[in-house]
Design a protein around this ligand. Structure first.
Ligand code: UDX
Length: 433
Protein backbone atom coordinates (compact mmCIF):
# COMPACT_ATOMS: atom_id res chain seq x y z
CA UNK A 1 0.00 0.00 0.00
CA UNK A 2 1.12 3.59 -0.51
CA UNK A 3 1.51 5.40 2.77
CA UNK A 4 2.36 8.96 3.70
CA UNK A 5 3.62 9.61 7.22
CA UNK A 6 3.52 13.24 8.31
CA UNK A 7 6.02 14.09 11.05
CA UNK A 8 9.33 12.27 11.40
CA UNK A 9 9.52 12.47 15.17
CA UNK A 10 9.56 9.44 17.38
CA UNK A 11 6.16 8.02 16.42
CA UNK A 12 6.28 8.92 12.73
CA UNK A 13 9.76 7.62 12.06
CA UNK A 14 9.20 4.31 13.83
CA UNK A 15 5.76 3.82 12.23
CA UNK A 16 6.93 4.72 8.72
CA UNK A 17 10.05 2.58 8.90
CA UNK A 18 8.22 -0.45 10.26
CA UNK A 19 5.45 -0.18 7.64
CA UNK A 20 8.14 0.03 4.92
CA UNK A 21 9.77 -3.06 6.38
CA UNK A 22 6.43 -4.86 6.01
CA UNK A 23 6.65 -4.16 2.26
CA UNK A 24 4.60 -0.96 1.89
CA UNK A 25 5.72 2.06 -0.13
CA UNK A 26 6.24 4.74 2.48
CA UNK A 27 7.09 8.41 2.24
CA UNK A 28 7.92 10.20 5.49
CA UNK A 29 7.32 13.94 5.27
CA UNK A 30 8.62 16.67 7.53
CA UNK A 31 8.82 20.45 7.16
CA UNK A 32 12.31 20.43 8.64
CA UNK A 33 14.63 20.25 5.61
CA UNK A 34 17.70 19.56 7.69
CA UNK A 35 16.04 16.55 9.32
CA UNK A 36 14.96 15.16 5.96
CA UNK A 37 18.44 15.65 4.45
CA UNK A 38 19.99 13.91 7.44
CA UNK A 39 17.54 11.01 7.27
CA UNK A 40 18.46 10.51 3.61
CA UNK A 41 22.08 10.19 4.77
CA UNK A 42 21.07 7.69 7.45
CA UNK A 43 21.43 10.18 10.32
CA UNK A 44 18.66 9.45 12.81
CA UNK A 45 17.49 12.32 15.06
CA UNK A 46 16.61 10.07 18.02
CA UNK A 47 18.17 7.15 19.84
CA UNK A 48 16.08 4.02 19.44
CA UNK A 49 17.69 0.56 19.40
CA UNK A 50 17.52 -1.04 15.95
CA UNK A 51 15.96 1.95 14.19
CA UNK A 52 19.03 3.18 12.32
CA UNK A 53 19.65 -0.20 10.65
CA UNK A 54 15.99 -0.51 9.67
CA UNK A 55 15.87 3.02 8.22
CA UNK A 56 19.04 2.44 6.19
CA UNK A 57 17.86 -0.95 4.90
CA UNK A 58 14.46 0.28 3.73
CA UNK A 59 15.79 3.56 2.33
CA UNK A 60 18.33 1.59 0.32
CA UNK A 61 15.75 -0.82 -1.11
CA UNK A 62 13.48 2.11 -2.02
CA UNK A 63 10.53 1.19 0.21
CA UNK A 64 11.17 4.17 2.49
CA UNK A 65 11.47 7.70 1.15
CA UNK A 66 11.94 11.06 2.84
CA UNK A 67 10.51 14.31 1.53
CA UNK A 68 9.57 17.87 2.44
CA UNK A 69 6.97 17.94 -0.35
CA UNK A 70 3.66 17.40 1.42
CA UNK A 71 1.56 17.96 -1.69
CA UNK A 72 3.17 15.25 -3.85
CA UNK A 73 3.42 12.84 -0.96
CA UNK A 74 -0.28 13.15 -0.05
CA UNK A 75 -1.48 12.97 -3.66
CA UNK A 76 0.46 9.74 -4.29
CA UNK A 77 -0.72 7.98 -1.10
CA UNK A 78 -3.77 5.90 -0.13
CA UNK A 79 -3.38 6.31 3.62
CA UNK A 80 -2.04 9.39 5.42
CA UNK A 81 -0.81 9.02 8.98
CA UNK A 82 -0.66 12.22 11.03
CA UNK A 83 2.23 11.83 13.47
CA UNK A 84 2.96 15.42 14.49
CA UNK A 85 3.50 16.62 18.06
CA UNK A 86 0.63 17.13 20.50
CA UNK A 87 2.38 18.76 23.48
CA UNK A 88 0.73 20.21 26.57
CA UNK A 89 -0.11 23.91 26.18
CA UNK A 90 2.05 26.34 28.12
CA UNK A 91 0.41 27.44 31.41
CA UNK A 92 -2.49 24.99 31.01
CA UNK A 93 -3.15 21.26 31.07
CA UNK A 94 -4.87 21.26 27.68
CA UNK A 95 -3.33 19.71 24.56
CA UNK A 96 -1.88 21.99 21.90
CA UNK A 97 -3.49 20.73 18.70
CA UNK A 98 -2.23 23.52 16.43
CA UNK A 99 0.10 21.19 14.48
CA UNK A 100 -2.69 18.63 13.97
CA UNK A 101 -5.12 21.21 12.63
CA UNK A 102 -2.60 23.04 10.47
CA UNK A 103 -1.50 19.75 8.83
CA UNK A 104 -5.16 18.73 8.35
CA UNK A 105 -5.92 21.94 6.49
CA UNK A 106 -2.95 21.36 4.20
CA UNK A 107 -3.88 17.73 3.51
CA UNK A 108 -7.44 18.81 2.68
CA UNK A 109 -6.12 20.84 -0.26
CA UNK A 110 -4.59 17.70 -1.79
CA UNK A 111 -7.61 15.43 -1.56
CA UNK A 112 -8.70 14.56 -5.08
CA UNK A 113 -11.40 12.20 -6.30
CA UNK A 114 -9.31 9.23 -5.14
CA UNK A 115 -10.52 7.99 -1.73
CA UNK A 116 -7.98 8.58 1.07
CA UNK A 117 -7.85 7.55 4.69
CA UNK A 118 -6.53 10.13 7.17
CA UNK A 119 -5.28 8.45 10.34
CA UNK A 120 -4.37 10.14 13.60
CA UNK A 121 -1.44 8.20 15.12
CA UNK A 122 -0.50 11.05 17.43
CA UNK A 123 -2.21 10.95 20.81
CA UNK A 124 -5.18 13.31 20.48
CA UNK A 125 -7.99 14.14 22.91
CA UNK A 126 -11.48 12.74 22.44
CA UNK A 127 -13.36 14.60 19.66
CA UNK A 128 -10.20 15.64 17.78
CA UNK A 129 -11.12 13.23 14.96
CA UNK A 130 -14.55 14.92 14.78
CA UNK A 131 -12.86 18.32 14.47
CA UNK A 132 -10.52 17.10 11.72
CA UNK A 133 -13.50 15.69 9.86
CA UNK A 134 -15.23 19.09 10.11
CA UNK A 135 -12.13 20.74 8.60
CA UNK A 136 -12.26 18.38 5.61
CA UNK A 137 -16.03 18.65 5.16
CA UNK A 138 -15.76 22.41 4.74
CA UNK A 139 -14.19 21.85 1.31
CA UNK A 140 -14.44 18.16 0.36
CA UNK A 141 -17.20 15.62 -0.04
CA UNK A 142 -17.48 12.77 2.47
CA UNK A 143 -17.07 10.17 -0.27
CA UNK A 144 -13.43 11.14 -0.91
CA UNK A 145 -11.99 10.71 2.59
CA UNK A 146 -12.37 9.11 5.99
CA UNK A 147 -10.82 10.24 9.29
CA UNK A 148 -9.73 7.34 11.51
CA UNK A 149 -8.10 7.07 14.93
CA UNK A 150 -5.29 4.51 15.33
CA UNK A 151 -3.29 5.35 18.47
CA UNK A 152 0.30 4.26 18.91
CA UNK A 153 1.34 2.22 21.93
CA UNK A 154 5.09 2.38 21.42
CA UNK A 155 7.42 2.44 24.39
CA UNK A 156 10.63 4.36 23.85
CA UNK A 157 13.55 1.96 23.73
CA UNK A 158 11.24 -0.92 22.72
CA UNK A 159 9.39 0.83 19.92
CA UNK A 160 10.27 -1.51 17.07
CA UNK A 161 9.35 -4.61 19.04
CA UNK A 162 6.13 -2.91 20.20
CA UNK A 163 5.26 -2.14 16.57
CA UNK A 164 5.95 -5.63 15.30
CA UNK A 165 4.41 -7.49 18.25
CA UNK A 166 1.67 -5.19 19.58
CA UNK A 167 -0.69 -6.35 22.31
CA UNK A 168 -3.48 -4.82 20.27
CA UNK A 169 -4.18 -2.69 17.22
CA UNK A 170 -7.00 -0.22 17.81
CA UNK A 171 -8.84 1.21 14.81
CA UNK A 172 -11.45 3.86 15.53
CA UNK A 173 -13.83 4.21 12.64
CA UNK A 174 -17.44 3.49 11.74
CA UNK A 175 -16.52 3.48 8.05
CA UNK A 176 -16.49 -0.15 6.85
CA UNK A 177 -14.32 0.60 3.81
CA UNK A 178 -11.58 2.21 5.92
CA UNK A 179 -11.74 -0.59 8.45
CA UNK A 180 -11.25 -3.19 5.72
CA UNK A 181 -8.26 -1.34 4.20
CA UNK A 182 -6.57 -0.82 7.58
CA UNK A 183 -7.16 -4.41 8.66
CA UNK A 184 -5.46 -5.47 5.46
CA UNK A 185 -2.55 -3.08 6.12
CA UNK A 186 -2.05 -4.60 9.56
CA UNK A 187 -2.67 -8.20 8.42
CA UNK A 188 1.03 -9.25 8.69
CA UNK A 189 0.91 -8.33 12.41
CA UNK A 190 -2.55 -9.83 12.96
CA UNK A 191 -1.40 -13.13 11.47
CA UNK A 192 1.45 -13.14 14.04
CA UNK A 193 -1.09 -12.91 16.86
CA UNK A 194 -1.85 -9.19 17.38
CA UNK A 195 -5.42 -8.54 18.47
CA UNK A 196 -7.33 -6.21 16.14
CA UNK A 197 -10.09 -4.05 17.59
CA UNK A 198 -12.47 -1.96 15.55
CA UNK A 199 -14.37 0.58 17.61
CA UNK A 200 -15.72 4.11 17.30
CA UNK A 201 -13.30 6.96 16.69
CA UNK A 202 -13.98 8.58 20.06
CA UNK A 203 -13.57 5.27 21.91
CA UNK A 204 -10.25 4.69 20.17
CA UNK A 205 -9.02 8.14 21.20
CA UNK A 206 -10.02 7.46 24.79
CA UNK A 207 -8.49 3.94 24.90
CA UNK A 208 -5.07 5.51 24.48
CA UNK A 209 -5.53 8.05 27.28
CA UNK A 210 -7.25 5.63 29.63
CA UNK A 211 -4.43 3.08 29.13
CA UNK A 212 -1.69 5.57 29.90
CA UNK A 213 -3.57 7.04 32.86
CA UNK A 214 -4.06 3.52 34.24
CA UNK A 215 -0.36 2.65 33.85
CA UNK A 216 0.64 5.94 35.49
CA UNK A 217 -1.75 5.08 38.34
CA UNK A 218 -0.22 1.62 38.73
CA UNK A 219 3.30 3.08 39.01
CA UNK A 220 2.17 5.78 41.41
CA UNK A 221 0.36 3.20 43.50
CA UNK A 222 3.47 1.06 43.96
CA UNK A 223 5.56 4.20 44.60
CA UNK A 224 3.25 5.15 47.46
CA UNK A 225 3.29 1.58 48.79
CA UNK A 226 7.11 1.85 48.65
CA UNK A 227 6.89 4.89 50.95
CA UNK A 228 4.90 2.79 53.41
CA UNK A 229 7.39 -0.09 53.09
CA UNK A 230 10.32 2.19 53.94
CA UNK A 231 8.59 3.26 57.14
CA UNK A 232 7.50 -0.25 58.14
CA UNK A 233 10.69 -2.19 57.34
CA UNK A 234 9.22 -4.16 54.44
CA UNK A 235 10.82 -4.72 51.04
CA UNK A 236 8.53 -3.37 48.31
CA UNK A 237 9.91 -5.95 45.86
CA UNK A 238 8.19 -8.64 47.94
CA UNK A 239 4.94 -6.71 47.66
CA UNK A 240 5.30 -6.33 43.88
CA UNK A 241 5.89 -10.07 43.50
CA UNK A 242 3.04 -10.97 45.82
CA UNK A 243 0.61 -8.60 44.12
CA UNK A 244 1.79 -9.28 40.59
CA UNK A 245 1.08 -13.00 40.80
CA UNK A 246 -2.61 -12.18 41.02
CA UNK A 247 -3.57 -12.43 37.34
CA UNK A 248 -6.09 -9.64 37.74
CA UNK A 249 -3.26 -7.29 38.75
CA UNK A 250 -0.27 -8.55 36.73
CA UNK A 251 3.39 -8.02 37.53
CA UNK A 252 4.28 -5.33 35.00
CA UNK A 253 4.50 -1.64 35.89
CA UNK A 254 4.84 -2.47 39.58
CA UNK A 255 8.45 -1.39 39.93
CA UNK A 256 8.88 1.36 42.50
CA UNK A 257 11.33 4.10 41.56
CA UNK A 258 11.61 7.81 40.89
CA UNK A 259 8.66 9.82 39.56
CA UNK A 260 7.45 8.52 36.20
CA UNK A 261 8.50 10.70 33.28
CA UNK A 262 8.80 10.63 29.51
CA UNK A 263 6.85 12.07 26.65
CA UNK A 264 3.54 10.34 27.40
CA UNK A 265 2.49 9.72 31.00
CA UNK A 266 2.88 13.27 32.38
CA UNK A 267 1.26 14.78 29.28
CA UNK A 268 -1.54 12.23 28.85
CA UNK A 269 -2.64 12.20 32.49
CA UNK A 270 -3.06 15.98 32.37
CA UNK A 271 -4.88 15.79 29.04
CA UNK A 272 -7.41 13.18 30.19
CA UNK A 273 -8.28 15.35 33.20
CA UNK A 274 -8.83 18.29 30.85
CA UNK A 275 -11.06 16.15 28.61
CA UNK A 276 -13.06 15.02 31.66
CA UNK A 277 -13.49 18.65 32.73
CA UNK A 278 -14.75 19.47 29.25
CA UNK A 279 -17.42 16.78 29.67
CA UNK A 280 -18.09 17.95 33.25
CA UNK A 281 -16.71 14.80 34.88
CA UNK A 282 -14.23 14.71 37.72
CA UNK A 283 -11.34 12.25 37.33
CA UNK A 284 -10.28 12.70 40.95
CA UNK A 285 -8.13 9.56 40.95
CA UNK A 286 -6.01 10.66 37.99
CA UNK A 287 -5.73 14.13 39.52
CA UNK A 288 -4.21 12.71 42.68
CA UNK A 289 -1.86 10.50 40.63
CA UNK A 290 -0.54 13.65 38.92
CA UNK A 291 -0.10 15.39 42.27
CA UNK A 292 1.58 12.39 43.91
CA UNK A 293 4.00 12.03 41.00
CA UNK A 294 4.87 15.72 41.07
CA UNK A 295 5.66 15.45 44.78
CA UNK A 296 7.76 12.33 44.33
CA UNK A 297 10.97 14.03 43.22
CA UNK A 298 10.84 16.27 46.30
CA UNK A 299 10.23 13.24 48.49
CA UNK A 300 13.30 11.48 47.07
CA UNK A 301 15.29 14.70 47.50
CA UNK A 302 14.29 14.77 51.17
CA UNK A 303 15.68 11.28 51.45
CA UNK A 304 18.96 12.40 49.84
CA UNK A 305 19.07 15.13 52.47
CA UNK A 306 18.43 12.60 55.24
CA UNK A 307 21.06 10.18 53.88
CA UNK A 308 23.61 13.01 53.93
CA UNK A 309 22.42 14.02 57.41
CA UNK A 310 21.42 17.46 56.15
CA UNK A 311 24.92 18.22 54.86
CA UNK A 312 24.46 18.50 51.11
CA UNK A 313 26.77 21.50 50.64
CA UNK A 314 30.08 20.60 48.99
CA UNK A 315 29.19 16.91 48.85
CA UNK A 316 30.21 15.14 45.66
CA UNK A 317 27.12 13.52 44.25
CA UNK A 318 27.30 11.24 41.22
CA UNK A 319 24.21 10.57 39.09
CA UNK A 320 24.32 7.37 37.08
CA UNK A 321 21.79 7.92 34.30
CA UNK A 322 19.74 11.06 33.77
CA UNK A 323 17.19 10.03 31.11
CA UNK A 324 13.66 9.17 32.28
CA UNK A 325 14.31 5.48 31.61
CA UNK A 326 16.92 3.24 29.99
CA UNK A 327 17.46 2.73 26.24
CA UNK A 328 16.40 6.24 25.29
CA UNK A 329 18.09 9.63 25.08
CA UNK A 330 14.80 11.32 25.98
CA UNK A 331 15.00 13.79 28.85
CA UNK A 332 11.35 14.87 28.72
CA UNK A 333 9.96 15.07 32.26
CA UNK A 334 12.87 13.09 33.67
CA UNK A 335 12.99 13.52 37.44
CA UNK A 336 16.67 14.51 37.18
CA UNK A 337 15.46 17.82 35.71
CA UNK A 338 14.12 18.59 39.20
CA UNK A 339 16.66 16.75 41.33
CA UNK A 340 19.95 17.95 39.80
CA UNK A 341 19.17 21.72 39.81
CA UNK A 342 17.77 21.48 43.37
CA UNK A 343 20.87 19.72 44.69
CA UNK A 344 23.10 22.18 42.84
CA UNK A 345 21.26 25.07 44.53
CA UNK A 346 21.95 23.44 47.88
CA UNK A 347 25.67 23.53 47.10
CA UNK A 348 26.26 19.94 45.97
CA UNK A 349 29.01 19.23 43.43
CA UNK A 350 27.46 16.97 40.83
CA UNK A 351 29.01 14.62 38.31
CA UNK A 352 26.80 12.65 36.00
CA UNK A 353 27.20 9.98 33.41
CA UNK A 354 24.62 8.80 30.89
CA UNK A 355 25.31 6.38 28.01
CA UNK A 356 23.49 8.81 25.67
CA UNK A 357 25.95 11.60 26.43
CA UNK A 358 25.97 15.10 27.83
CA UNK A 359 22.66 16.95 28.19
CA UNK A 360 22.17 20.62 27.34
CA UNK A 361 19.69 20.85 30.23
CA UNK A 362 22.51 20.86 32.77
CA UNK A 363 25.13 22.90 30.92
CA UNK A 364 24.28 26.16 32.65
CA UNK A 365 23.73 24.71 36.10
CA UNK A 366 26.38 25.50 38.68
CA UNK A 367 28.77 22.72 39.66
CA UNK A 368 27.26 20.12 37.35
CA UNK A 369 29.75 18.22 35.19
CA UNK A 370 29.30 15.46 32.64
CA UNK A 371 31.78 12.61 32.94
CA UNK A 372 32.70 10.58 29.88
CA UNK A 373 32.45 7.22 31.63
CA UNK A 374 31.23 5.51 34.80
CA UNK A 375 34.73 5.34 36.22
CA UNK A 376 35.45 9.06 36.15
CA UNK A 377 31.90 9.92 37.26
CA UNK A 378 32.25 7.76 40.36
CA UNK A 379 35.84 8.48 41.33
CA UNK A 380 35.35 11.26 43.88
CA UNK A 381 31.79 10.48 45.05
CA UNK A 382 30.40 10.85 48.53
CA UNK A 383 26.99 9.73 47.30
CA UNK A 384 26.09 7.76 44.17
CA UNK A 385 22.53 8.08 42.92
CA UNK A 386 21.53 5.35 40.48
CA UNK A 387 18.75 7.11 38.62
CA UNK A 388 18.27 5.16 35.37
CA UNK A 389 18.34 1.37 34.99
CA UNK A 390 20.87 1.19 32.14
CA UNK A 391 22.55 -2.23 31.81
CA UNK A 392 25.92 -0.44 32.13
CA UNK A 393 25.13 0.18 35.81
CA UNK A 394 24.12 -3.35 36.78
CA UNK A 395 27.47 -4.85 37.79
CA UNK A 396 29.73 -2.09 38.99
CA UNK A 397 32.54 -2.78 41.43
CA UNK A 398 31.98 0.42 43.41
CA UNK A 399 34.77 -0.17 45.91
CA UNK A 400 37.42 -0.36 43.21
CA UNK A 401 36.18 2.79 41.45
CA UNK A 402 35.43 5.20 44.29
CA UNK A 403 38.42 6.63 46.09
CA UNK A 404 36.51 7.72 49.22
CA UNK A 405 36.04 5.09 51.93
CA UNK A 406 32.63 6.01 53.28
CA UNK A 407 30.72 6.52 50.09
CA UNK A 408 26.98 5.88 50.07
CA UNK A 409 24.76 4.45 47.33
CA UNK A 410 21.15 5.53 46.79
CA UNK A 411 19.76 3.05 44.26
CA UNK A 412 16.51 4.58 42.97
CA UNK A 413 15.88 1.58 40.69
CA UNK A 414 16.61 -1.20 43.20
CA UNK A 415 19.20 -2.74 40.87
CA UNK A 416 21.46 -4.05 43.64
CA UNK A 417 20.78 -6.48 46.46
CA UNK A 418 20.77 -4.84 49.91
CA UNK A 419 22.18 -7.98 51.55
CA UNK A 420 25.12 -8.15 49.10
CA UNK A 421 25.82 -4.48 49.75
CA UNK A 422 25.72 -5.15 53.49
CA UNK A 423 28.17 -8.01 53.09
CA UNK A 424 30.48 -5.74 51.07
CA UNK A 425 30.16 -3.18 53.90
CA UNK A 426 28.76 -0.54 51.55
CA UNK A 427 26.25 1.95 52.94
CA UNK A 428 23.27 1.38 50.67
CA UNK A 429 19.71 2.72 50.33
CA UNK A 430 17.09 1.58 47.85
CA UNK A 431 13.48 2.58 47.19
CA UNK A 432 10.87 1.00 49.44
CA UNK A 433 13.33 -1.33 51.18
C1 UDX B 1 4.59 4.96 27.48
C2 UDX B 1 3.59 3.80 27.23
O1 UDX B 1 4.09 2.60 27.82
C3 UDX B 1 3.36 3.63 25.74
O2 UDX B 1 2.39 2.62 25.53
C4 UDX B 1 2.85 4.96 25.21
O3 UDX B 1 2.44 4.90 23.91
C5 UDX B 1 3.90 6.04 25.44
O4 UDX B 1 4.14 6.13 26.84
P1 UDX B 1 7.22 5.33 27.48
O5 UDX B 1 6.91 6.69 27.99
O6 UDX B 1 8.19 5.18 26.36
O7 UDX B 1 5.87 4.59 26.99
O8 UDX B 1 7.82 4.50 28.70
P2 UDX B 1 7.36 3.39 29.75
O9 UDX B 1 8.27 2.23 29.62
O10 UDX B 1 5.92 3.14 29.67
O11 UDX B 1 7.75 4.13 31.13
C6 UDX B 1 7.18 5.36 31.52
C7 UDX B 1 7.70 5.79 32.89
O12 UDX B 1 7.23 4.91 33.89
C8 UDX B 1 9.21 5.83 33.04
O13 UDX B 1 9.58 6.97 33.78
C9 UDX B 1 9.53 4.56 33.81
O14 UDX B 1 10.73 4.64 34.53
C10 UDX B 1 8.31 4.48 34.72
N1 UDX B 1 8.03 3.13 35.23
C11 UDX B 1 7.58 2.16 34.39
C12 UDX B 1 8.19 2.87 36.59
O15 UDX B 1 8.61 3.73 37.37
N2 UDX B 1 7.87 1.63 37.05
C13 UDX B 1 7.42 0.65 36.25
O16 UDX B 1 7.14 -0.46 36.76
C14 UDX B 1 7.27 0.91 34.88
Amino acid sequence: MKLCIIGTGYVGLVTGTCFADLGNEVVCVDNNLNKIENLKKGIIPIYEPGLEELVKKNYKNGKLKFSINLKDSVIKSDIIFICVGTPTKKNSNATDLSQIYSVSKKIRNYITSKFKIIVTKSTVPVTTGDEIEKIFLKKKSKKFFSVVSNPEFLREGEAIRDFVYPDRIVIGTSNARSNKILKNLYSPLISKGAKYINTTRRASELIKYASNAFLATKITFINEIANLCEKSNINVEDISIGMGLDKRIGSRFLRAGPAYGGSCFPKDTKAIVTTANKFKTNLSLVKSVIKSNQKRSLLLLNKVNAILKGKVKNKNICFLGVTFKANTDDMRDSSTLVMIPTLSKKGAIINYYDPTGEKNHFKKIKNVTFSKNVKSALHNSDLVIIHTEWNDFKSINFKSLIKKKNFIIYDMRNIYSPSKMKKAKIKYFGVGR
